[in-house]
Design a protein around this ligand. Sequence first.
Ligand code: IMP
Length: 430
Amino acid sequence: MPLQIIVGTQWGDEGKGRIVDWFAANSDVVARYNGGDNAGHSVTVGSKLFKLHLIPSGIINPKPIAILGNGMVINPKSMLDEMEMLIAAGVEVDPKRLRISHAAHLITPAHQALDKAMEVARGKGNIGTTGRGIGPAYTDKASRRGLRVANMLEANFSEELTIRIEEANRQLKLLGAEELNAKSIVADYEKYQQWMLPYIADTSLELHLALKAGQTVLAEGAQGTLLDIDHGTYPFVTSSATIASGVFTGLGIGISGTGGMEVTGVCKSFQTRVGSGPFPTEVFDDLALQLRGSGANPWDEYGTTTGRARRVGWLDGVLLRYAVRINGLTELVITKMDILSGFETLKLCVAYKKDGKILEDLPFGPSNLDDCEPVYEELPGWSEDIGGIRKWAELPKAAEGYLEAIARLAEVPVRLASVGPEREQIVSAK
Ligand code: IMP
């Protein structure tokens, strides 16, 4: 397909990074359309674990070029650190392979300081943000006072940045937080400016030309459907359009100009969430530990960006069906099937019980999950280690049955399932 969109069906951390890496081998361009360095995309290649927050994880594959789209908010320091990490690991990163939209917005230390100060001010009702300045950067964008990457091309960039830091200092003072030193921030950003200039491009035009020339574009979503600013578990969401339709505004691609698309939903075989907010199928104690892992392995359920232990639970089929609908998913990829080895019985949430009624669809969307009690279907588990399996037909019958139950519930076929963190630990249904 000319355009393939990879989107998370849950609250992020579905394993999108390694799935993007899988599809990147057959793509000409890989482009991120939302969020910033709040994301944490991991890809394991041999003994090397790549953790990317900002640069599309498709860059690890030598084939595609990588684009950071206009829907993103970019912290230049994180960007520089990530580029240095990639170059040290032997990945080719230069202005021919990496392009940053002129219309993306810049994150400054003022956004990070405001993010943290606002979380403190929210007290118990905090969102549990990553503290990366995402919300305040998108606030500035929506209030039409943000600094865009294109401002770096202007002679007055330093003055404009100084004005923004001084404005933020007034807000920080009101919040009782420490004010920032505008001079030293500007000095740092002048260095970033010099280094970023060759990478700045009209990426919307470049994507248009790529599609027109018959190239394949892989759009890499960050976070997940349930963290979408409009369609997620508001207010416990991120500040960007994480869902598939965010691709069109976040990359500047015309909806009818793609020549066809596949919308691939990446879904973990169980449910996880970082930060606050509702979670109907959440589990605790020993069961939670079994799903989360102890933290000894890099793939255990601890945040790539913040290191926080993730909340865990059984797969929520009601929320999955919602993700299928709101994204227009055409296929599913189920990750971390290996983690379910060893459970005698698996639970799959197929409906909610609320006020004595059984609900198969969400009542008023996912921000209204209070008092929704999960109704579970129980399925047999399997005990075999499935990490070495590469053929669908060799999966234990119970694992295949679990995947079939997911596909039936979602009314979308499962195309791939991952059976371990390594690049090749994937089985394909086709
Ligand atoms: P923010 O994006 O830092 O503003 O955080 C808002 C909410 O989204 C918090 O609950 C975060 O934990 C969550 N969040 C943001 N990015 C990710 C991600 O990449 N994976 C999982 N959760 C995320």
